[in-house]
Design a protein around this ligand. Structure first.
Ligand code: INI
Length: 157
């Protein structure tokens, strides 16, 4: 029988970076709270988690690349909030942020987690930042924990 790799929500002894954007920080602070809450509930100490603020969503992939490139982090969690009502170039910005985050993960082989709220309206953003539709930051942190443990298992052979 071959190996079965599947991560649990476990990041013992590992460091995690969180990149959060200040644009729409009414929401991104809620996403950050959600991510930190998730990590603490899964036994990750505050001293294992470094936080990096950037001006807007567009800057997230570059900061994530810089952090992943240090080799210090088992995962980088990206938190941002793009609201269509704010900008006519919403689709361009959100597609660059999405592509950029995916590219950083593929190039660095570090799990770079997409915790970006993209919303057509303020109401949708509210729903995804800790109300009706949960908290996208909490979900992103959970994904980071699973990917960290999955990769630890794969690396152990
Ligand atoms: N940045 C966001 O994170 N969310 C937005 O909704 C947004 N809007 O609406 O424009 C936004 N713009 C700023 C952008 O991400 C860059 O910070 C800026 O263009 C400088 O490069």
């Amino acid at each position: 029988m071959g190996k079965h790799y599947e991560g649990r929500f476990d990041a013992r002894g590992q460091r995690i970076a969180i990149v959060a954007s200040r644009f729409n920080d009414l929401f991104t602070r809620e996403l950050l709270d959600g991510a930190q809450d998730c990590l603490r509930r899964h036994g990750v100490g505050d001293d294992q988690v470094d936080t990096c603020w950037v001006p807007g969503g567009f800057e997230i992939p570059l900061a994530a690349k810089r952090l992943a490139g240090t080799g210090r982090y088992a995962a980088v969690i990206c938190l941002g909030c793009l609201i269509q009502g704010d900008t006519p170039h919403f689709h361009l910005v959100s597609s660059e942020v999405t592509k950029g985050i995916a590219q950083v993960g593929l190039e660095s082989a570090v799990p770079v987690i997409y915790g970006i709220v993209t919303a057509e309206t303020l109401d949708q953003a509210i729903e995804r930042a800790g109300t009706k539709a949960g908290n996208r930051g909490f979900d992103a942190a959970l994904t980071a924990l699973e990917m960290i443990d999955l990769f630890a298992g794969i690396d152990q052979g």
